[in-house]
Design a protein around this ligand. Structure first.
Ligand SMILES: Cc1ncc(COP(=O)(O)O)c(C=O)c1O
Length: 451
């Protein structure tokens, strides 16, 4: 089941890496207690069985999948060195690779100049973006939609910045009229536009938010942690395309290579349009920044030690799969959205489910069609477990009933949210497996809902 063919390239690359240090005096390179290591590793493999099979197309639950083989191997290769991208003397090559990879990400968003770096993930990346935003507009409020990731509320709390939520429309996007009304009351420093919400994959209307910026003047931070790479896809709906096409006008962007960028966990990225924000990071580190006058990444990052291996893996992946429209990487994202559209189509045609809106990216939310919200939520949980027994792993989400429109909005005014099924079809193989996925879902629905 697990891909291991490419392991041979790790061995070859290790020989090459080793050869680069041939001028050093010989040391005993043998691993200590190698038999014991083998035993412990076997026990480790046993323990790892207690996981859902994220690598398999029948895992269609949360935003989880293993990295691309090239990322996995490059990361492993770097472990023989274990560079630290805080300062250049901790990781010269990997710091250069990080700068190059991040510049490619910035170029994908249309920026020739930028300031940015990798970090542990979307939370840390958003924290830096809001930290900068808070310094540039002290005392002003941050706005994010009610479907924005919870991290924005939490981070604002940590940074002691005021944060308010803006209502979403029936498609799960920030409601522009509600935003306009709040902006008119004043004191807003930053608006967070989510380019792909975690629950439903909805994309906030960035073009409309930009138009409001002209009138009210505020920073725009685009949280594209999950959705950012879809900028490269050709099969987006017109409205979604319109929003992604405006990303170059955001002031800061967060994207997570460890989501759709095929990387191991521990790889988020924050980029700022104006490199001058680097001054806000200014600090002294008498013990580290002495080896070169060149930029040490620790000088523009809140984290100190960071895995150089993450940069090595990203660099290698972007060599193999450049961040270009019409390329192989873009095509794999297009397949993910096609899979989501295909599942949505089947759900709508089937009649037993309600699938509120066309997936903007590769997330589909749906619920069994029942008389009321309570029944739907209970049946959702039943289907979730029954599908898992058939090896089809879905996820669940609490979604406003308003997203489902009629029949629930009128009949169930007392309940504002329901538990529905959610699937992130983030592996391009999901498209090939759609028939199998549907067959299992159909069988599960028969078991849970009757014929
Ligand atoms: C839109 C969005 N922002 C931020 C985050 C947080 O990212 P991380 O889990 O990498 O910290 C997520 C995670 O799913 C997300 O979807």
């Amino acid at each position: 089941m697990l891909e291991t063919d490419t392991l041979k390239y790790l061995w070859e690359a290790l020989q090459k890496l080793d050869a680069g240090f041939a001028s050093l005096p010989e040391i005993a390179a043998a691993a200590p207690d190698s038999q014991k290591i083998g035993d412990v590793l076997a026990a480790t493999a046993e323990r790892l069985h207690d996981n859902y099979p994220y690598f398999h197309p029948l895992y269609a639950g949360q935003m989880l999948k293993p990295p691309h083989p090239v990322a996995r191997l490059a990361y492993a290769l770097a472990q023989w060195i274990n560079p630290n991208n805080h300062a250049l003397d901790g990781g010269r090559a990997s710091s250069a690779m990080e700068k190059e990879s991040v510049a490619e990400i910035a170029a994908m968003f249309g920026w020739d100049t930028h300031l940015g770096h990798l970090c542990s993930g979307g939370t840390m990346a958003n924290l830096e973006a809001l930290w900068v935003a808070g310094q540039l507009a002290p005392g002003k409020t941050i706005l994010a939609s009610e479907q924005a990731h919870y991290t924005h509320q939490r981070i604002s709390h940590v940074l002691q910045l005021a944060c308010e939520t803006i209502r979403c429309d029936a498609l799960g996007r920030m409601d522009v009229e509600a935003l306009r009304a709040r902006l008119a009351r004043g004191d807003v420093g930053t608006v967070v536009a989510t380019m792909g919400t975690t629950a439903t994959g909805s994309v906030d209307p960035l073009a409309d938010i930009l138009a409001l910026r002209q009138k009210y003047g505020f920073r725009i931070h685009a949280d594209a942690a999950y959705g950012g790479y879809f900028l490269l896809a050709e099969n987006l709906a017109e409205e979604t395309r319109r929003s992604f096409d405006q990303m170059q006008h955001a002031d800061s962007i967060v994207i997570d290579p460890h989501k759709h960028g095929l990387q191991p966990y521990g790889c988020g990225c924050v980029v700022f349009r104006d490199p001058q924000v680097g001054r806000l990071y200014k600090h002294d580190s008498p013990y580290t920044y002495f080896s070169s006058a060149e930029l040490h990444l620790g000088e523009i990052s809140l984290e100190c030690s960071r895995p150089g291996a993450a940069a090595v893996a990203l660099w290698a992946t972007q060599r193999l799969l450049p961040l270009q429209r019409h390329g192989g990487f873009a095509n794999s994202l297009e397949r993910c959205r096609e899979a989501a559209l295909g599942l949505h189509r089947r759900l709508v045609q089937d009649g037993r489910f309600l699938a509120p809106f066309l997936p903007e990216l590769d997330i589909v939310v749906f619920a069994p069609r029942t008389a009321n919200v309570e029944e739907a939520s209970a049946l959702t949980r039943k289907i979730f477990h029954a599908a898992a027994r058939r090896n089809l792993h879905l996820a669940m989400a609490e979604i406003p009933t308003a997203f489902f429109g009629d029949p629930w909005e009128r009949a169930n005014r007392d309940r504002s949210a329901l538990t529905c099924l959610r699937t992130v079809l983030m592996k391009p193989e999901h498209l090939d497996w759609l028939d199998r996925i549907w067959a299992i879902l159909d069988e599960t629905a028969r078991e849970c809902m009757g014929p």
